[in-house]
Design a binder for this molecule. Structure first.
Ligand code: PGA
Length: 241
């Protein structure tokens, strides 16, 4: 695992955006795995700047998002579809048909999950997957004790995750309790992975992910077995590594 320690959140975001921009510049039809949450917001802002200032071309890029809440419509402002459109896609020249986010309103979960993985494969596989990390070590919405061997699937969110994500909702009761998430198996099939973490509340999870035993108790620990992972942390998140 390649570990890069950034000075702060801005620096982490700039390095992450530069990594993505060079992937796109080198392969204009790259397949990119994207994440939501607070952590990648700075990276998206930087990528929009690079798009505007340096004419980075997203017109042949395909994206696959890690996850989506189950039961939220795309026009719900807490859906990850809404987040992606507002924070990134509407500001760049992505083609709508190249954007893939699990359908949280599906009536057939199994078919949705199966076809999501199939579509990733059919597109040639993910060139680079962006990941955040939960305070409990989750990646995507793969909570502790999820099998490493599953593809995209329906997930029951942990209390801690619901609590942490309730900051975006009016009350914790409004947070969906389920999500559709790429599985660890799907994530591990990406050719490259870039994990971002910022702030002291992530320091313990990062320590366990990087130095701890590989165990489903800390889903991110599986990344130790991937041969092309870049971890970009700011000083606070990287305190123990
Ligand atoms: P955050 O979420 O970027 O909002 O901290 C990361 C995650 O829970 O995976």
């Amino acid at each position: 695992m390649k570990i890069i320690k950034a000075d702060n959140y801005e620096h982490m975001s700039k390095m992450a955006a530069r990594t993505m921009a060079s992937q796109i510049a080198l392969k204009n039809n790259s397949v990119i795995g994207l994440a939501t949450g607070d952590t990648p917001l700075g990276m998206y802002r930087e990528l929009i700047k690079i798009y505007e200032d340096e004419e980075l071309d997203f017109s042949n890029i395909k994206t696959f998002n890690l996850d989506e809440y189950y039961g939220l419509n795309i026009d719900n402002e807490n859906s990850y579809y809404f987040y992606m459109m507002n924070n990134f896609f509407k500001h760049i020249n992505m083609r709508k048909e190249n954007i893939n986010i699990p359908n949280g309103m599906t009536e057939n979960i199994e078919a949705e999950c199966f076809s999501y993985d199939k579509k990733i494969k059919a597109s040639g596989g993910i060139d680079i997957q962006v990941l955040g990390i939960g305070v409990n070590g989750h990646i995507g919405f793969n909570e502790p004790n999820t099998s490493f061997e599953v593809g995209t699937h329906l997930v029951e969110l942990e209390k801690e995750t619901i609590k942490s994500n309730s900051r975006f909702f009016n009350s914790p009761e409004e947070v969906p309790t389920k999500a559709i998430s790429m599985g660890i198996k799907t994530i591990m099939q990406s050719r490259a992975i870039m994990l971002l973490a910022s702030g002291e509340k992530k320091a313990a999870a990062i320590e366990k992910a990087v130095k701890g035993k590989i165990s489903t108790a800390v889903p991110a620990s599986i990344l130790q077995l991937h041969n092309n992972v870049t971890l970009i942390v700011d000083k606070a998140a990287g305190e123990f590594i």
